[in-house]
Design a protein around this ligand. Sequence first.
Ligand SMILES: Cc1cc2nc3c(=O)[nH]c(=O)nc-3n(C[C@H](O)[C@H](O)[C@H](O)COP(=O)(O)OP(=O)(O)OC[C@H]3O[C@@H](n4cnc5c(N)ncnc54)[C@H](O)[C@@H]3O)c2cc1C
Length: 405
Amino acid sequence: MTASIVISGFGPAGAATALALYRAGLTASDIAIVDPLSAQDAASKGPDSRILALNAGSRRLLEMLDIWPLLAPHAHPMRSIAISDTGLDEIVRPSSLGFETETDDQPLAHLVPLGLLQSALRDAARAAGIPLIAEHVLGFSPQPDAISLRCSRNQYRPSLLVAADGARSAIRRMAGIPFHGWAYGQTAITAIVEHSAPHHGEAVQHFLPSGPFALLPLDENRSSMVWSERTDIAKRMLELSVPALIEEVVRRAAGWRGEIKGIGQVSSHPLSLGIARRFFADRVALVADAAHVVHPLAGQGLNLGFADAATLAELVVEHVRLGLDPGDPTLLETYQARRRPPAVAMAGLTEGLNRLFSNDFGPVRLVRDIGLGLVNRSDRLRSLLRKQAAGRDTGEPKLFRGEAI
Ligand SMILES: Cc1cc2nc3c(=O)[nH]c(=O)nc-3n(C[C@H](O)[C@H](O)[C@H](O)COP(=O)(O)OP(=O)(O)OC[C@H]3O[C@@H](n4cnc5c(N)ncnc54)[C@H](O)[C@@H]3O)c2cc1C
């Protein structure tokens, strides 16, 4: 195999990187994906009921990759967000901040099941004929003209190795890149909940002292719950019977969607923060969770990851078209300069919000109540927050703007 770009990891970020390169004119044999995709690993992780909020940039990328038409029938628009800040035992949760989309055809985000997104991307990469190598990467050593990659059965010699192998990236570790961060001591409990009152496209996020509790709109009487909870409490919640778990959900939702009528398959996700000190090493680029992991309270993890994939593909394609080396250090430095600052900013924002709100200390509550009141009254700030939520930021890659690379 003579691929010049090897991508380690066939999750959504790895598959999107491969497809972006392929759709821009690299041949299937220029690209390869290494992922052991072990059934045992997948089973040990348990079920995954995550439904992701994808911003307009991610949607445009998926349109450019011809994936969006497959997702659109199952994607639910989120048109507004209401935010409350209360204690768990308060009976009502009045909204202290809210913002909504400016135009009806541009929702703040679309909610898409992660399983569906992943299989659509994987099927498209397979259909394109991009080789999938079901092996483990054991090690690599960069050379002046290539990188020698040792996998469990074979050796490869691409020009660039892309690490899209997730939060516990083996490639990042082997490259010796430090990953700064910490565990939040919170676990996200996710499930689809059915309720009696329609949501009209509104997401609600209740900031509670032990973590944010969100209901994100699916079809009119169903929402995707992302309930971040202190890990010791979450463990107890996960052991409850379904009726007892629904009672706990009712306590947190506090009547926002009427009666909670049912709960679907539950999955749990320990939460942590992490940012790679560098987004590249010699002939290695890190993308998505391999480079950064952020709290899900803003629904931005994979949106950042897709922007990484789109940026890296754009730079690689520009280099290849000029006959230059895609493992060139200046390319990798440009990639880092474009992608690390927004990831650090989002990590800081989500970390700050989680710290500020997961707190019942009186003076801290007073300060944030004043802050929320100010944001609510400032049109400029609200427009900025709206833009952030919708992914309409400056410096986005071409595919995020709907332009071919
Ligand atoms: C509760 C929760 C809610 C979230 N909500 C949102 C949201 O609303 N919006 C949003 O944008 N993001 C959200 N996220 C973040 C999002 O889920 C992740 O950013 C995204 O799934 C990461 O994708 P990835 O491709 O980087 O990694 P992964 O999906 O982890 O894929 C990694 C791949 O690498 C493979 N792999 C692992 N080790 C190796 C190895 N040694 N060699 C080769 N391959 C390997 C794995 O088999 C896997 O296929 C949320 C996260 C959580 C926990």
